[in-house]
Design a protein around this ligand. Structure first.
Ligand code: NAD
Length: 324
């Protein structure tokens, strides 16, 4: 008897880029040991399983693990030998282990270093990383024009910007010609505890910008194991998320599954980037996406969890120079 094909995650168009991204994207910051040590075998196993289940989008940065994430992802992609046209790699520039530098000179050198570590000839998306820590006027007047030259040189295909405060995106997009920035990567703003990205979606669509939403598990807040030591949330937010995780577990549900399904439900978001570092996590996250597409999410438990998180809804934390 022929075996059933494995259910795969759906693909979604990314703005005007023509790229089709898996709705679950592979966040590779954990490959830089950001959430604890990951062996080469675990890294290769997770990425192999991701490909098997239809995940084609991988996001990294020279900042994650002080270049380790890029190196491990590069080694892993090479070991698996998947044809280059079958996956999309995004990396970043401007944020490094030794600080921020969004100058044209630094980002121009940075892409060559990233390509070497990733063992690639080009990346699909190069994103200015956490621009709220730099001068937004420099991003507009110097960094994005430098990235445009990299695009013309064929080292990158598309340009993105990332960061936490949502005002940074409108500040930049209102000051550059349409089409200069292809992608926005927002994080921790489209999840059960914080859904403020929703207010920006129509604006981003009107600008023709593709939307990627990262950290559906709020960087570990919405997991049974809880967040890492460095997590910037307030004690109140951490405690509410812990209570929500326990509530789900006691009723035979998993907070991470529910949280990912919540983020995936909005189809204006092309890809939801989840940090993954084990085969098991890839399997669980793909299963959550497939269940959402076939059966739907558990609306009753979601409403109960939303009620637990209501006192901290949309609570965030400061990030960057607070200039916008
Ligand atoms: P996340 O919300 O995806 O949480 C990741 C944590 O959840 C890790 O500890 C991971 O091991 C764990 N996890 C994953 N699947 C799980 C499951 N099924 N059950 C239990 N735990 C699970 O946060 P993140 O990793 O910070 O974000 C995802 C990715 O988005 C990053 O890896 C990065 O690529 C990108 N990102 C970018 C920016 C930026 O550009 N400024 C910021 C944040 C995240």
């Amino acid at each position: 008897m022929a075996s059933q094909p494995l259910p795969k995650v759906e693909l979604r168009e990314l703005g005007n880029t023509g790229l089709k991204l898996s709705c679950v994207g592979f966040g590779a910051s954990p490959l830089g040991n950001v959430f604890g040590p990951v062996s080469d075998d675990e890294a290769i196993g997770s990425v192999r399983e991701a490909f098997r289940r239809g995940i084609n989008f991988f996001d990294t940065s020279p900042y994650y693990g002080g270049t380790l994430s890029e190196k491990v992802l590069g080694k892993t992609l090479k070991a698996l030998g998947v044809p280059r046209s079958e996956y999309v790699v995004a990396t970043k520039c401007g944020r490094y282990a030794d600080g921020f530098d969004f100058s044209a000179d630094r980002v121009t050198k940075s892409i060559d270093e990233s390509l070497e570590r990733l063992q690639l000839d080009y990346v699909d998306i190069l994103q200015c990383h956490d621009i709220e820590f730099g001068s937004l006027d420099q991003i507009v007047n110097e960094t994005i024009p430098a990235l445009k030259k990299l695009k013309e040189a064929g080292k990158i295909r598309f340009i993105g910007i990332t960061g936490l405060p949502l005002g940074i995106f409108t500040y930049v997009l209102d000051r550059i010609p349409a089409g200069m920035v292809d992608v926005v990567l927002s994080y921790c703003h489209y999840g059960i505890n914080d859904s403020t990205l929703e207010d920006l979606i129509l604006y981003l669509k009107s600008k023709g910008v593709g939307i990627i939403s990262a950290s559906p598990l709020a960087m570990g807040l919405l997991t049974e194991n809880g967040p890492p030591e460095w997590h910037p949330a307030s004690a109140e937010l951490k405690s509410a998320c812990r209570a929500a995780a326990v509530y789900c577990k006691e009723r035979g549900n998993n907070i991470s599954k529910l949280a990912l399904q919540y983020s995936l439900s909005n189809k204006d978001i092309s890809s939801v980037l989840v940090g993954m570092n084990s085969i098991n996590q890839v399997e669980e996250n793909v299963a959550a996406a497939v269940e959402l597409a076939t059966i739907g999410k558990n609306e009753k438990i979601l409403a109960e969890v939303e009620a637990i998180l209501k006192p901290v809804k949309n609570q965030t934390w400061p990030s960057g120079l607070q200039q916008s």
